[in-house]
Design a protein around this ligand. Structure first.
Ligand code: NAP
Length: 249
């Protein structure tokens, strides 16, 4: 049987690249919808010199900021916070207004996943946050660090030795959060995929090769393979934006 291959040709030019993302349905029964936004080079690399900056094209950086409009919470692994010097989420005034009109907070809080709690409570991620940053941790975390972070963040203990991601997401859903945007890194994303908690992946393909030998998601040992459906493809010059949703398990 011949392959039903389609040649994609440029069609509609979007005035606002976020429109197809805003229109997408997002409902996960009993927990938050988890959407991840990542960028990779043509070789699949997720960083250059240990950081994302050089990998991200101008269009990707703009899309990265715009995607945050969709989120009730921005979830990130502690190593990304450390290596990228993560600060709180900021949105331009028009995006804040859009959110307020949809009954959301003007900006989503950060939620940092960490067992070690090697996080600086005097850093902007905590001190400059318009909405209190959350720290998702586990009972085995160092208690002194945990108490220090309680002064500047909402600390949620979800799990014993590690953060149980399903439990953490349930706590967030109980607090009324519907959409969690995971911005990486690869370790956290790999755990979400392994636990079958990733509902949607927005993946930018940047036109570069030669980055770090770091994939977009690191599967924990023994994790099953998961499949996804392609929902749309957007292009801006040489940058591709792919949107996938969870496939059959
Ligand atoms: N291409 C992209 O889109 C993209 C996006 C983000 C980051 N990055 C790059 O990715 C690299 C960092 O990623 P990474 O994979 O090393 O780290 P990561 O996923 O950002 O963070 C891993 C850390 O998160 C915490 N963590 C994750 N799952 C946990 C669990 N279940 N329970 C408790 N803690 C948990 C642990 O923190 P503790 O060590 O504190 O316990 C762990 O060391 C950087 O080079 C960054 O530039 C790329």
């Amino acid at each position: 049987m011949p392959l039903a291959v389609k040649l994609l040709e440029p069609t509609v030019e979007l005035a606002d690249a976020l429109v197809p993302y805003l229109a997408a349905p997002r409902e996960a029964a009993g927990r938050c919808w988890v959407l991840a936004n990542m960028v990779a080079g043509l070789d699949g690399s997720a960083a250059i010199g240990g950081r994302v900056g050089a990998l991200s094209t101008g269009a990707d950086a703009e899309m990265f900021r715009a995607m945050r409009t969709l989120a009730d919470v921005v979830l990130v692994g502690a190593q990304t916070v450390r290596s990228e010097g993560y600060g709180p989420v900021r949105l331009p005034p028009d995006r804040q207004q859009e959110r307020l009109a949809r009954g959301r907070k003007s900006v989503p809080p950060l939620a940092i996943v960490s067992a070690s709690l090697r996080l600086d409570p005097t850093s902007p991620a905590f001190t400059d946050a318009a909405v209190r940053t959350m720290v998702l941790t586990c009972a085995a975390a160092p208690q002194e660090e945990l108490e220090r972070l309680r002064d500047v963040a909402e600390v949620i203990v979800a799990g014993d030795e590690r953060v149980e991601l399903l439990r953490a997401l349930s706590v967030m859903a109980e607090r009324g959060h519907r959409i969690v945007l995971c911005e990486g890194g690869p370790t956290l994303l790999g755990e979400l995929v392994a636990a079958d908690l990733l509902d949607e992946l927005c993946l930018t393909i940047a036109p570069l090769m030669g980055g770090d030998p770091l994939p977009v998601a690191i599967a924990p040992p023994g994790a099953p393979v998961r499949s996804f459906h392609l929902e749309h493809v957007l292009a801006e010059e040489d940058t591709l934006f792919l949107r996938y949703t969870r496939g059959a398990t």
